[in-house]
Design a protein around this ligand. Sequence first.
Ligand code: FES
Length: 112
Amino acid sequence: MVKVTYIDSSGVSRTIEVAPGVSVMQGAKQNDIPEITADCGGLRTCSSCHVYVDPQWMDKLQPMHKIENGLLAFKETRQPNSRLSCQILMTEDLDGLVVRTLPPEPDEDAND
Ligand code: FES
């Protein structure tokens, strides 16, 4: 098992253990971590699993796929350490990973 720490937008930190191969998004959903709604279930179509990765871990992540990059390109909240948590698969090398979650964005349909 490997550890992931999620720090929410109010500063509350939660650390869980997951098996290698589980995504950071799946770990959040399985452990009721708030602010990761993951509406598409990991299909790279929603970006509601957006997190900020602690900068010290960025070099250890798998490279970003162009689809992930394309989804994040539409996020006003994107930062250099933005990633989709459904695309981060936990490995032994990522044991201790720290991510910050963002509050869910208002439903785009609400602006209609
Ligand atoms: S859960 Fe939808 S893009 Fe990650």
